[in-house]
Ligand binder design. Structure first.
Ligand SMILES: Nc1nc2c(c(=O)[nH]1)N[C@H]1C(S)=C(S)[C@@H](COP(=O)(O)OP(=O)(O)OC[C@H]3O[C@@H](n4cnc5c(N)ncnc54)[C@H](O)[C@@H]3O)O[C@H]1N2
Ligand code: MOO
Length: 395
């Protein structure tokens, strides 16, 4: 039986929508553990930012005309009271500004003699005072739902008072390597190729935003029997939101992925994509919102399937925006692949995309040097100096 490949851009959109329809339920995370998860609701500040008037310099808070009588000191962390007419209060960077302060004089612009503070010229503005709510008003939305949580977001959440935040976690991923002809150690030879995907895909999936399930190790190579495939898939699906498999995506005599998916009651979200290399890739959905992503066995094709299917699926499951592609200028011509989208390995040099040699689907030499793929649409070829789409390889 033949499967009709669907357009690459349409496949990415279809897979994203399927992920979004099954997006993971929100959970409350301590902020320090939320890196890489996704905001499940807008991040709002619990206080105005800053929450109180703050000095941005070391110096003296003053009121009235100088010289001012030195009447006290307020340090960061302390509660400031009022300041009286004609007095100065020594103030530290980050300290609360006393009520009634008219100006802050920087320490380097001031003199103190016999308990009197003076300065050559009074600052004309209060640029050294951070006003309440200058950065954000109480309750203001700082970031929208669906925003990816980075260390910067964690810092912001802490600064505005959060201890726990509501997130969609990173989708949990498992990996099954199919093909019991693969050697898992030592040099290839005697008909056996070395498994290149088992050691490399777990980190790539992590870089792509998935969460390695506890003890995340590729299971495999799995025996070339239908029973072994079905039971390996069942076990992986118990723990993971997305199970990636490698190899066996065709319908050859020992390709058991399709019959195993049928046995599990899976339904195809996409089944073969009009992209070269990599076309026999697939995503299948299972009851309960879990997914199997079938990556082709040829190693480079497998990575094409990661950027084509895994990235949009993870974005959907996490409730993020659709992962759009960017553009690059081609440094050299790139051939088209007829009715198929061509994903051509490139590295970025001085802002331009240089096509790489050793780009056969069974090769990894070009891939190892690449930053991503230039996207040559169906029916077109890429011409040096023109702009084309670009998708980065997670790394
Ligand atoms: N009659 C046809 N045969 C093939 C076609 C086709 O259109 N008609 N398409 C080819 C394309 S394109 C691809 S891609 C592969 C995809 O097939 P599978 O996903 O079923 O992959 P396998 O047959 O299991 O393996 C293909 C190839 O890759 C090597 N391999 C597999 N796993 C690994 C691994 N973990 N590390 C390194 N290399 C791996 C495997 O030894 C094979 O050489 O089908 C083509 N055939
Ligand atoms: O499309 Mo295949 O994936 O050329 O190797």
């Amino acid at each position: 039986m033949t499967d009709t490949p669907i357009d690459w851009a349409a496949a990415r959109r279809t897979v994203y929508e399927a992920g979004l329809a099954a997006k993971l339920l929100p959970v409350r995370y301590p902020i320090a553990q939320a890196d890489g998860a996704t905001l499940a609701e807008p991040l709002r500040t619990l206080t105005p930012l800053p929450a109180f008037r703050t000095s941005s310099v070391d110096g003296y808070a003053v009121r009235g005309t100088g010289p001012w009588r030195l009447a006290g000191r307020v340090l960061a962390g302390g509660e400031a009271g009022d300041i009286r007419e004609g007095t100065a209060i020594e103030i530290a960077t980050g300290a609360m500004v006393p009520d009634g302060t008219e100006r802050i004089i920087r320490v380097e612009h001031s003199t103190v003699l016999n308990g009197l503070v003076d300065c050559e010229s009074l600052p004309t503005t209060n640029a050294d005072i951070r006003e309440i709510g200058e950065e954000a008003a109480l309750g203001e939305e700082l970031l929208p739902e669906g925003h990816r949580i980075t260390p910067g977001v964690i810092g912001l959440a802490a600064s505005c008072g959060h201890d726990l935040i509501s997130v969609r976690p990173k989708p949990r991923a498992a990996l099954l390597i199919f093909g019991d002809e693969l050697a898992v150690t030592g040099p290839p030879g005697h008909g056996r190729v070395r498994d290149a995907l088992g050691p490399s895909l777990p980190s790539m999936l992590s870089h792509a935003g998935a969460d390695p399930i506890p003890g995340f190790r590729p299971r495999g190579p799995i025996d070339d029997t239908l029973e072994a495939h079905v039971s390996a898939l069942r076990a992986a699906l118990d723990d993971a939101d997305i199970v990636c498999t490698t190899g066996g995506t065709m319908r050859g005599p020992v390709d058991h992925l399709h019959p195993a998916l049928a046995e599990l009651g899976a339904s195809y979200v996409v089944n073969t994509v009009a992209v070269r290399p990599g076309f026999p890739m697939l995503v299948a959905g299972l009851p309960g919102g879990r997914f199997v992503v079938g990556l082709p066995g040829n190693p480079q094709s497998s990575i094409v399937a990661v950027v084509s299917l895994v990235l949009p699926l993870l974005a959907g499951l996490a409730g993020r925006e659709f992962p759009t592609t960017s553009t690059v200028e081609l440094a050299a011509d790139v051939p088209g692949r007829g009715d198929y989208t061509h994903l051509a390995l490139v590295r970025l040099v001085a802002g331009r995309a240089e096509p790489l040699p050793h780009a056969g689907s069974a090769m990894l030499r070009g891939l190892a040097a690449a930053d991503g793929f230039a996207i040559i649409p169906p029916g077109r070829s890429g011409t040096a100096g023109t702009h084309v789409g670009f998708v980065r390889i997670p790394a």
